[in-house]
Design a binder for this molecule. Structure first.
Ligand code: FEO
Length: 405
């Protein structure tokens, strides 16, 4: 897709990746975009590059506006390869450009490229760059979500170029939120925002709140937020900031995600009365089988719900491997403000439910004990116990959820 002007003389020059489905293990059924921006000011300034495979796309977009050799400044907001791996190709054309990057970003680029011939300017929060009619202000955002990360604010047009933050993995020909909502829906866009936050930004809620407060304290008014993935927020940039604050503050729906796997369907059979018990307490419930669901979707569903029940059969006295994988993934995302419990079936020694609780205790989650267990196959009595387990868990979820209202 050709370059598009998003503010006077500021152009999106990125690439749309319609085909990517596995983004370093994060499943992206809707593809993604790699957004970067070119300021056609007195000093031509490029902000970010794109994934290496798409370097020809952004170079074509730039060439349709100017000779890349005329680029004077190149801002690297984030060094992860989906945004910086075209840097060598761009620098081979923009040989005189100075790269504006954080100290940590420079150290990272030194590990990825031969940077010995490149000119650098190390920047920190509050540093500014005048490009002619525009003034750029840099805002470091360390660990949002890499140590090098920063954002660039274009003062005169109140534009925040936010790198990964506020992004979504959606390949679309719509460049703006309102366009996307018109041709798809707000709920589809919101679901993509939640998916992205859950899988990438979940560990950083406190940092997000602190950084948003810092930006507000700097008095930077924001009319548009241009992230490095997905659509640009021009209709309601305040709305996406509030959405991030809500998620960082632990907001979720009053619902339960039952996330399980099964060997010979016994654990699966337990999900039915458990779900009925949850539903009969007036709490919505979604049941997710791990081997039928991409990990990133299971993580998103966990994040959307106030409560989670994890179900696993016992295999060699341990959890089923897919359940272990899910909990390992979840622990790395440092979840908070959710309540969790476990259930499962076993044949002789047992062990899966015990191990699940040991994993839960490594996380900062509210834990509901004891779990529900069934020997071999659920009997009529077991089904009733599972139903009561679901009901009691739902009651606990409602009580816990009330703390967040
Ligand atoms: Fe889109 Fe952290 O890279």
């Amino acid at each position: 897709m050709k370059a598009m002007e998003i503010k006077p003389d500021i152009f999106w020059v990125g690439a749309i990746d319609w085909a990517v489905r596995d983004f370093h293990g994060y499943i992206t059924p809707k593809g993604t975009t790699y957004n970067n921006y070119l300021l056609m000011d007195e000093q031509i300034t490029l902000i970010d590059t794109v994934k290496h495979d798409f370097s020809h796309v952004t170079i074509d977009n730039i060439k349709n506006l100017t000779d890349p050799a005329k680029i004077i400044n190149l801002v690297v907001n984030h060094i992860e390869p989906d945004h910086a791996s075209s840097l060598d190709k761009i620098m081979s054309l923009a040989h005189d450009a100075t790269i504006f990057v954080t100290d940590k970003g420079k150290k990272g680029l030194d590990r990825h490229f031969d940077t010995s011939r490149w000119k650098f300017k190390i920047v920190k929060t509050g540093d500014a760059l005048n490009t002619g009619k525009y003034n750029l202000i840099f805002i470091e955002t360390p660990m949002l979500h890499w140590p090098d990360s920063m954002m660039t604010y274009v003062k005169e047009v109140r534009l925040l170029i936010s790198q990964d933050a506020f992004g979504q993995h959606i390949a679309t020909s719509s460049r703006f939120d309102d366009e996307f909502i018109e041709c798809a829906s707000f709920s589809e866009l919101e679901d993509s925002v939640i998916d992205y936050y859950a899988n990438i930004l979940m560990p950083f809620g406190e940092l997000i709140k602190a950084k948003i407060a810092e930006v507000q304290k700097l008095g930077l008014e924001i009319d548009m937020i241009a992230p490095d993935h997905g659509v640009i927020w021009r209709k309601d940039p305040g709305g996406i900031i509030q959405k991030y604050l809500d998620m960082a503050n632990g907001k979720s729906s009053l619902s339960v995600a039952v996330i399980y796997d099964t060997m010979w369907h016994s654990t699966e059979l337990m999900t039915l009365p458990i779900m009925q018990g949850i539903k009969d307490e007036g709490v919505d419930c979604k049941v997710i089988k791990l081997r039928s669901t991409p990990m990133s979707v299971a993580i998103k569903e966990f994040w959307k719900s106030r409560g989670c029940l994890v179900g696993s059969p016992t295999l060699n006295n341990l959890m089923f491997p897919s359940v272990t994988e899910f909990l390992t993934h979840l622990r790395g995302l440092r979840p908070k403000n959710r309540i969790i419990g476990a259930f499962g079936s076993y044949g002789w020694g047992g062990g899966a439910v015990k191990e699940a609780y040991e994993e839960f205790k490594k996380m900062k989650l509210e834990i509901y004990e004891p779990g529900a267990q069934v020997l071999y196959r659920p009997s009529r009595e077991d089904n009733q116990k599972c139903y009561e387990f679901g009901r009691e868990f739902a009651r606990k979820v409602k009580a816990y959820h009330a703390k967040f209202i």
